[in-house]
Design a protein around this ligand. Structure first.
Ligand code: NDP
Length: 274
């Protein structure tokens, strides 16, 4: 039998760990798959997708900067992709492009399963209002936190994002609030950094009061200790990076494509060791 073919499309793409993660999952089921890194030209996302379809690929993960283009190109969308306004997983079904977004459930699964932290009834602070923050809003609200505060450098973006999810918050009976970083004055049970400030080693101007000993401080970035993580650690918080989210979002994509759910803990562990 010929191996089923998948890919991750991005620009840049060389750094992507997705091929290693998907191959580690495939090994768990003795599946033989092809999973390639594909660099699409910045103006050539759709041409790349069409080429992969023509070459018999069955699906693709999509990463920076193409998640919004993948959303626009999808002919059918899951509810969570619709809510996120972005697509990170494409399935090529009989020439139709089906878009999904597994980032949010990747984050929530990591927090619940690997950080051993419940979100129901908790006070949660989400920092950032970009694509990653928007993608996690619905999965976070579905956990029914007591309160979800969104804080962003640009307040208008945080407000627009909160407005978009007001009905979901009401359904979850979650108090949804919007603040600038400087306005934050409460202590939270969980703080999630969905800004890209860590990429430039920038310190976020958030007051120390948001942290307390034992709470969870989660940075979606992975691969290095960010100033956010250092600040949270100094305040006694339990600190996590985004590696678990990366592996969990891949697991969700893998189960969409292959119909089986891989074990994530050993894959996360082996990446940490290497
Ligand atoms: P976007 O560019 O869409 O959004 C960036 C966000 O960061 C905005 O809210 C922006 O604020 C804020 N920001 C950027 N620089 C600063 C700064 N110096 N100080 C304060 N706020 C700042 O990026 P994404 O949402 O796509 O990605 C955010 C992060 O999440 C990245 O680090 C990415 O690597 C990570 N990520 C991790 C995943 C995983 O699987 N672990 C999956 C997806 C993303 P403003 O609106 O004011 O500009």
């Amino acid at each position: 039998m010929t191996a089923k073919k998948y890919a991750v499309i991005g620009h840049p793409i060389e750094h992507s760990k997705s091929p290693l993660i998907h191959q580690a999952f495939a090994q768990q089921f003795n599946l033989s798959i092809v999973y390639e890194k594909v660099l699409a030209p910045l103006d050539g996302f759709m041409a790349t997708v069409k080429r992969l379809q023509a070459e018999g690929f069955l699906g693709a993960n999509v990463t920076v900067p193409f998640k919004f283009e993948a959303f626009d190109a999808s002919q059918a969308l899951s509810a969570r992709a619709q809510a996120a306004g972005a697509v990170n997983t494409l399935s090529f079904q009989s020439s139709q492009l089906v878009g999904d977004n597994t980032d949010g459930c990747g984050l929530v699964n990591d927090i619940l399963k690997h950080q051993h932290t419940a979100l129901a009834g908790k006070k949660v602070l989400l920092l950032g209002a970009g694509g990653a923050a928007q993608g996690v809003m619905l999965p976070l609200l579905e956990q029914q936190p007591l309160q979800l505060t969104v804080a962003n450098r640009s307040l208008d973006k945080a407000q627009a994002m909160a407005d978009r999810f007001a009905a979901d918050a009401e359904r979850s009976r979650t108090v949804l609030q919007v603040h600038t970083f400087a306005d934050l004055s409460q202590t939270y049970d969980v703080v999630i950094n969905a800004t890209s400030a860590g990429l430039t080693e920038s310190k976020l101007a958030i007051p120390a009061v948001v942290f307390k000993p034992g709470m969870l401080a989660y940075d979606m970035m992975y691969g290095r200790e960010t100033p956010f993580m250092q600040q949270a650690r100094a305040a006694g918080a339990q600190v996590a990076d985004g590696l678990g989210m990366l592996v969990e979002q891949a697991a969700e994509a893998f189960s969409l494509w292959h119909g089986v759910r891989p074990e994530t803990a050993p894959v996360i562990q082996s990446f940490r060791q290497s």
